[in-house]
Design a protein around this ligand. Structure first.
Ligand SMILES: [Zn+2]
Length: 463
């Protein structure tokens, strides 16, 4: 199977050739976890999940390693952690507890969107100064200083852009543009306005920090991804992904750090970027009130509808996120699911035309045309298997249970299980109490017996 991917480095669609077809390595820049993730954050997560699924299909599940990092140290996180800090634990632990809870929410959100967990989900704070032989940010910065690619100034360590003549190769911007685009802070300790921060001092009282050869401080954002991808994948890997907005300066700086550290001309063979997302024709922003979190959309739409709406636009094009788009996706999914409604689901082969469409730089429009054709006249087993593969198949989608949120579903299942246990131990007062609780939630229950005579309980939402 020939796989073609658009490479931002060369601005062309290229034949994908793995460095090692037994170990394909893909790194994608993940979210900064300080609040509910918004639907713009969901786009790279869904797009690269689709690519992960395709790579696993082509090369075998055990031959693909996917790392999507978590940025869990950042000025916004630090500020929020300091605000809620009661001094019962060190500030570093406070940001851990804060990001633990936002990470949990992030997982719940994207699980509902049918996203597979990546092989690795490294957290930046675990790669600052590890105290073992694994590559970490402090080791990386020390070597860059030794090699003359970085310098220390007033407690900061800065990358010297002048030390890397190839700098700017990914974004292909002229230097003046880069200076303007980076909105660089002109600080007296910088040798050149383009130089960027690898390490900065932290205030002992108010900011989390780690000990380093340059004093108590914390890393810059760009160094995180160079350390985590280097620790997990080594010097050069196959695919590096992220949103279009990361090309400059984030990815450009990752390349500078990694290529200088490892002495290699490339950090990754293929760089892939998803397009921007706007909402109802406008840029998403908190001030205009059109800032939409994944969690909010999940209250009105099922995860597959959201996933489909994200995939419907080619990943490199800008998406306009609209209610109309969600409605269209809802009806598309209904058509496909109706086509297999009374079909006895047997595992079939994934439709080969779907795989070859995906292999053409994730041509989803063609994938959907193939799904429509299968729903109309084609092989229903193939339709089921293909929808499953795309993360768009849930047989129970149109049952009433689906109108509940996943956490509500879970709560009900727990109550039912507790009630079955209460009945089994003949604690009828408790079983009645649980039944009343279920009724109060609008749930109708039906007790019965299975083929072996064991008690069963089925439930549905009261009509
Ligand atoms: Zn990154």
């Amino acid at each position: 199977m020939k796989l073609k991917l658009y490479n931002t480095l060369t601005r062309t669609k290229e034949q994908f050739t793995p460095l090692d077809d037994k170990n394909i390595r893909m790194y994608v820049c993940g979210p900064t976890v300080y609040d509910h993730a918004h639907i713009g954050n969901a786009r790279p997560v869904i797009v690269f999940d689709m690519l992960f699924r395709l790579l696993r299909h082509i090369y075998g599940e055990s031959h693909v390693t996917y790392a999507r990092n978590i940025t869990d140290v950042d000025d916004k996180i630090n500020k929020r952690a300091f605000e809620r800090w009661t001094k019962k634990q060190p500030l570093v632990q406070e940001i851990r507890s804060l990001t633990d809870s936002t990470l949990k929410q992030f997982h719940a959100d994207i699980d509902a969107l049918g996203v597979l967990r990546p092989t690795h989900e490294p957290r930046a704070t675990d790669y600052i100064a590890r105290g073992d032989t694994t590559l970490d940010m402090v080791k990386l910065i020390m070597r860059l200083v030794e090699k003359g690619n970085a310098y220390e100034a007033e407690g900061h360590v800065l990358f010297s852009v002048a030390s890397m003549p190839e700098y700017g190769g990914l974004s292909r911007r002229p230097k003046d543009d880069m200076i303007a685009g980076a909105r660089v802070e002109v600080a007296p300790y910088k040798r050149d306005p383009m130089d960027f921060v690898l390490w900065k001092p932290s205030n002992l009282e108010t900011e989390p920090g780690w000990d380093s050869p340059w004093g108590y401080g914390r890393p810059g954002w760009h160094i995180e991804c160079s350390a985590m991808s280097g620790a997990l994948f080594g010097d050069v890997f196959d695919i590096h992904g992220g949103g279009l907005d990361l090309i400059f300066p984030h990815h450009e700086n990752e390349i500078a750090q990694s290529c200088c550290y490892w002495d290699v001309p490339k950090m990754a063979n293929i760089w892939m970027h998803n397009g921007f997302l706007q909402v109802e024709g406008e840029k998403m922003s908190k001030s205009t009130g059109n800032f939409v979190t994944i969690n909010e959309v999940l209250k009105d739409w099922s995860g597959d509808v959201i996933r489909l709406n994200m995939l419907k636009t080619h990943y490199r094009q800008p998406i306009d996120w609209t209610v109309k788009g969600l409605e269209e996706c809802d009806s598309m999914l209904r058509n496909w699911h109706q086509a297999i409604e009374n079909h006895d689901a047997k595992e079939g082969e994934i439709n080969t035309a779907i795989i070859s469409s995906l292999s053409d730089d994730l041509n989803m429009a063609q994938v959907f045309a193939e799904l429509h054709a299968l729903a109309k006249t084609g092989n229903k087993n193939q339709l089921i298997t293909s929808l499953k593969f795309l993360g768009l198949y849930k047989p129970e989608i149109y049952s009433e249970k689906e109108t509940l949120m996943p956490e509500q579903n879970q709560k009900i299942e727990i109550l039912i299980a507790d009630r079955i246990a209460a009945r089994a131990s003949k604690n009828f007062a408790e079983s009645d109490r649980l039944r009343d609780q279920l009724i109060a939630l609008g749930i109708e229950i039906q007790d019965g017996k299975d083929a072996t005579g064991a008690p069963t309980t089925t439930w549905k939402v009261k009509g």
